[in-house]
Design a protein around this ligand. Structure first.
Ligand code: CTP
Ligand code: MG
Length: 165
């Protein structure tokens, strides 16, 4: 039963994972902050948060939702849309925090980088009354951290990235 619960948990998070994973396919889009800086002299969000990335992520996340709605019910198209949107808002809040801490785009912020989207998509799922359990949240949260380390390592070996993190 635990395994079943964990697998269902993964399915609940597929829209957010798809959204977060698809955004990097956008290169050089229009920055959401329109290149504006705050009083600290730093960008509001930076060049890593674009309208194109946001649109692609929400579209892809909602499409995944349309697929899983065949099994979980039609409401999942709607849930997936807001889950994906929340994931990208979390990602932007993460970038906002990094810029305020003086960190450049792409600079490593352990846990914040991996969990910003996850925390906000979880919040969205809870607000939409998806019956998600603490054990599912913890399990997927840990899985997300390892998935992030693994995909970055693969990208390094494939020479897509210059460092293995
Ligand atoms: N991306 C985008 N629009 C978004 C989110 C992501 O275009 N709303 C793209 C950008 O090309 C970004 C890449 O996805 O560089 C990876 O996203 P992420 O790791 O969140 O950004 P970073 O480059 O690490 O920048 P930051 O330090 O701001 O997190
Ligand atoms: Mg990042």
């Amino acid at each position: 039963m635990l395994i079943a619960a964990l697998l269902i948990g993964i399915v609940y998070y597929l829209p957010a994972l798809a959204a977060n994973g698809s955004a990097p396919f956008v290169k050089n889009g229009t920055p959401i902050d329109f290149r504006k800086k705050l009083n600290d002299g730093r960008r509001i969000l930076g060049d890593g948060k674009t309208f194109e990335g946001l649109l692609l992520a929400v579209t892809f996340g909602t499409t995944v939702g349309a697929i899983i709605s065949r099994f979980l019910g039609n409401e999942w198209i709607f849930i997936a849309f807001f889950e994906s949107l929340a994931a990208m808002i979390g990602d932007m809040i993460g970038a906002f925090i990094k810029r305020r801490l003086g960190m450049e785009r792409g600079q490593r912020a352990p846990l914040l980088d991996q969990l910003d989207f996850f925390v906000f998509s979880t919040l969205a799922l809870v607000l939409m009354h998806v019956k998600i359990q603490i054990v599912q949240i913890l399990f997927i949260g840990i899985l997300v951290i390892f998935l992030h380390l693994f995909t970055n390592y693969v990208a390094f070996r494939l020479k897509i990235k210059s460092v293995p993190w």
